[in-house]
Ligand binder design. Structure first.
Ligand SMILES: Cc1cc2nc3c(=O)[nH]c(=O)nc-3n(C[C@H](O)[C@H](O)[C@H](O)COP(=O)(O)OP(=O)(O)OC[C@H]3O[C@@H](n4cnc5c(N)ncnc54)[C@H](O)[C@@H]3O)c2cc1C
Length: 511
């Protein structure tokens, strides 16, 4: 085998998850690591999504790292360019640049059970690592539906996450497909400029007002001079969302009052009862992500907008045809149709201890231990893995909890000493998932009467964490070694023995 670089840890991805992992590794005193990123710059979600109107929908003071507060957020919900700049700043401030390998798409990873390490093939060559941290993002590979006739469309087509800034939408007839979080930001941003906007809506979202405003100079000054004020602001935002999440997970029947607020938000802007009927959801609020916008409904009420309450069925030349037969001739089609979520693309590229890919192991649905590790894939950990998503709070809270788990995992490996790996026990993975799915039963995501992107092909919710972020934090504070097998190379077993009593591994079988 050709000689190649070996590192202690390979992190894949440079969004919040990957950069957060890199900071944490350095803080744990580990400097022998690389961050492999397929794109030409860091930022993940906030590099790729640059559509007009793109911004976070969790307040910036909560949607940022607790260890890297930014007193200078310009708005309560800051825009994409500011979040992207924040992540670039994190990469600089924490000295991450020397570790980051841009344009290094990971093509394949294989567990070598003899050497107890991952062999990694990237677009720029090979390397190996003792531990892989996969932070490839839950919403990073755009999903465009297979629409008959789309190939023959003579106009412009793009996905919200791959916005073509060279194409001028001004004066054009534009079809927007989808009414999710991205589409509802795009619609009001482009509506004033386009000649006609036809919105294809399969299911209407619940939309609450967005209390977005500029953060004033004195507020910023205060946060800069007295950092505890920024902390207090974050704490307040955290507490409010913690209560909201509790309603989603334990008391969905109490969400009716919130529905009334959302209906009032709609009624204020939409005077046409026919349009209001089209836009009124028939499922419990919270079942799909609650969207925040104070400009979406006003945009839909404009004369140059048509709402088609049906999905896109086919494209005939330059005519888009809805499932209900509605037709419109357009110059451009913008897909706001989301991402590959429950079929995590990186899973096709990971071959574990049993010689099968993670995608094969997950053919009946994703399952991991504490959202991080998977049976048969030793020393492989995912950030924002199965059932770590949040309905309406900051994903950064979940990422930071997973970083605590990662840090303890690496500490445990160090304590074991020598060449060792930890493999999640299948029984522990199943027990964890049984608990998660049990708790899921009473949440709004399962009882709310909607079909959402949180559910996989079998209708199982493998995306959302059915508790509060603080419950997840407690569940991931430390690695419970009883949930893992300690895997050692044969030579190690002879000299060091097994400190926990469980020794397995291909190396053992070979010897
Ligand atoms: C438009 C939009 C708005 C959002 N707003 C919010 C919000 O307000 N609040 C919230 O909590 N969450 C929000 N999210 C969710 C958001 O994705 C997460 O909060 C967070 O940014 C995810 O970070 P990540 O690092 O896990 O993934 P990402 O930011 O997606 O980063 C993954 C990185 O991995 C890289 N990668 C993928 N595959 C490979 C490979 N094979 N090899 C090498 N590199 C690879 C990608 O290029 C990317 O840079 C939003 C998502 C979108 C799309």
């Amino acid at each position: 085998m050709a000689e190649h670089e070996h590192v202690r840890v390979a992190v894949i991805g440079s969004g919040f998850g990957g950069l957060g992992a890199a900071v944490r590794l350095r803080r744990e005193g580990i400097t022998d690591f690389v961050v492999l990123e397929r794109a030409g710059s860091v930022g993940g979600t906030w590099r790729d999504n640059s559509y007009p109107g793109c911004a976070c929908d969790v307040p910036s003071h909560l949607y940022s790292f607790s260890f890297a507060p930014n007193p200078d957020w310009p708005r309560t919900f800051s825009g994409q360019e500011h979040i992207r700049a924040y992540l670039e700043h994190v990469a600089d401030t924490f000295g991450l640049r020397p570790h980051i390998r841009l344009n290094h798409e990971v093509v394949m990873m294989r567990w070598d059970g003899d050497a107890l390490r991952w062999e990694i093939e990237t677009a720029q060559g090979r390397l190996s690592a003792d531990v892989v941290v996969s932070a490839t993002g839950p919403l990073s590979d755009p999903k465009t539906p297979d629409i008959p006739g789309l190939d023959g469309f003579p106009g412009k087509v793009f996905h919200s996450a791959r916005w073509d800034h060279d194409y001028d939408l001004r004066g054009k007839r534009v079809a927007v497909i989808g009414t999710g979080a991205s589409a509802i930001q795009i619609v009001p941003a482009i509506q004033p400029d386009v000649a006609r906007l036809t919105l294809f809506q399969r299911t209407p979202p619940w939309v609450m007002p967005r209390l977005d405003r500029a953060i004033t100079g004195p507020e910023r000054w205060l946060h800069r001079q007295l950092p505890f004020t920024g902390k207090a602001r974050r704490g307040l935002l955290f507490g409010i969302r913690e209560l909201q999440v509790t309603a989603f997970t334990k008391h969905p029947n109490q969400l009716g009052a919130i529905e009334s607020l959302a209906k009032a938000n709609m009624a204020k802007a939409i005077k046409d009862p026919h349009l209001r009927a089209k836009l009124t959801p028939s499922y419990r609020i919270g079942c799909k992500r609650i969207l925040l916008s104070s400009s979406y409904y006003p945009a839909l009420a404009q004369r140059n907008v048509d709402v088609v309450a049906s999905g896109l069925r086919e494209v005939r030349g330059s005519t888009v045809v809805a499932a209900d037969g509605t037709e419109a001739e357009v110059d451009a089609i913008v897909f706001g149709t989301g991402f590959h979520v429950t079929d995590m693309p990186i899973a096709e590229r990971v071959v574990g201890a049993d010689g099968i890919t993670l995608a094969e192991a997950w053919k009946d649905g994703m399952e991991s231990l504490r959202g991080a590790t998977a049976a048969g894939f030793p020393n492989w950990m995912t950030i924002i893995g199965p059932n770590t998503g949040l309905g309406n709070s900051s994903m950064i809270l979940m990422i930071e909890s997973q970083l605590n788990y990662l840090a303890d995992y690496l500490r445990q490996l160090r304590v074991l000493g020598g060449r060792a790996a930890l493999g999640a026990r299948a029984s522990a993975v199943h027990a964890w998932n049984r608990r998660v799915q049990d708790r899921m039963k009473r949440t709004v995501w399962n009882t709310g009467g909607c079909d959402s992107w949180y559910l996989d092909a079998n209708g199982r919710n493998t995306t959302i964490w059915p508790g509060t972020p603080s419950e997840f934090r407690r569940a991931t504070r430390a690695v419970n070694l009883a949930e893992y097998e300690v895997i050692r190379a044969r030579s190690e077993q002879e000299t060091a023995g097994d400190r926990t009593g469980a020794v397995t591994g291909a190396a053992e079988a070979v010897a």
